[in-house]
Ligand binder design. Structure first.
Ligand code: DGY
Length: 321
């Protein structure tokens, strides 16, 4: 019987497709990411790994698993935790979960933007503190999204879905990415920005949707954060290391940025202590895809890919590069 290592506790019905295919399941029954050592101790002899973001899939893990390993499926669209070249070199197929989490993640980015623009966290804190003394004409004045200039970095599936949402709120969208998206321009009147630095100088709101690669690590460093106009808002639902978190804290602290809505952090689950004390940030624990329907669909895609690879097929959600 071939064995699949599942790196977190998951509901039985999510794993049912693997059991139904006659695979033996070895589940690490915990919610938090297992240590590298624990992963390496459980991987030997597995035919497939069902992993999550936060589980490092590197050459050492692949070698510990052994030459019979044929598939790694991750319940995430991001694959920055997986050494793709090491998988490729060992003939291990890698699958992720695109499309099914697009709406949930774009919804969350929109929720963060609305929370920032209308100062929801500050309002709630005021109310809960007991210090609210009633309606005031200048109290917690926020920002209008109508006509706001929103820049999207990474206009892929999630970035495009977010663009549709902000256009529905009346905002104007510009985007920067590796290639031009004529369909986005035709559908939403989106404006292509070829030069990132120039694009930043024009953005009132910046939302990040790019994958994390060597090239995008600290894409927003201290210099680029300062190119944003004073008072800009930043939303990040992509990956924390796209932003230099220490520089972000400084830019928020001295008021260069008016606020940041962050679902991802540079060293998850650690959060820069400076962020925790700032009133003008909304911080979430990486909830982008966290809806019941979405997570179930992600599990279905991941288990489906493992079953397909183990029977010699090539599912659509294989990472090709
Ligand atoms: C992903 O799938 O990469 C997301 O970050 C999960 O929410």
């Amino acid at each position: 019987m071939e064995r699949v290592l599942v790196t977190r506790a998951l509901p039985d019905d999510w794993l049912e497709p693997l059991a139904a295919a006659g695979l033996e399941l070895d589940v690490i029954e915990q919610d938090e990411a297992p240590s590298d050592e624990l992963l390496r101790s459980r991987a030997p002899g597995c035919a497939a790994l069902l992993v999550m973001l936060g589980d490092r899939v590197d050459a050492a893990l692949l070698d510990a698993a052994g030459a019979q390993l044929r598939a790694v499926a991750t319940m995430s669209v991001g694959v920055d935790h997986i050494e793709l070249a090491a998988c490729r070199a060992r003939g291990v197929a890698v699958a992720n979960t695109p499309d099914v989490l697009t709406d949930a993640t774009a919804d969350l980015a929109m929720a963060l933007l609305l929370a920032l623009a209308r100062r929801l966290a500050e309002g709630e804190a005021l109310l809960r503190s007991g210090a609210w003394s009633g309606w005031g004409p200048q109290q917690l004045l926020g920002r209008d999204l109508a006509a706001a200039r929103v820049l999207i970095i990474g206009p892929g599936r999630i970035g495009s879905a977010f663009a549709r949402r902000v256009v529905a709120f009346g905002a104007r969208v510009a985007y920067h990415g590796r290639r031009r998206r004529p369909e986005l321009e035709a559908e939403l009147g989106a404006h292509f920005e070829a030069e990132l630095d120039t694009a930043l100088t024009r953005a009132e709101v910046l939302s990040l949707h790019a994958p994390l690669t060597e090239a995008t690590h600290h894409l927003l460093d201290a210099r680029r954060l300062r190119l944003l106009p004073r008072g800009a808002l930043l939303v990040n639902t992509a990956r924390g290391p796209l932003v230099d978190e220490a520089a972000l804290v400084e830019a928020l602290r001295d008021g260069h940025l008016a606020g940041a809505g962050l679902d991802v952090f540079e060293r998850e689950p650690a959060v820069h202590p400076g962020l925790l004390t700032l009133p003008n940030v909304v911080l979430l624990p990486h909830l982008g895809s966290a809806t019941q329907g979405t997570r179930r669909a992600m599990a279905d895609l991941a288990t489906g890919a493992i079953n397909a690879v183990l029977r010699g097929a090539s599912p659509e959600n294989l990472i090709s590069s």
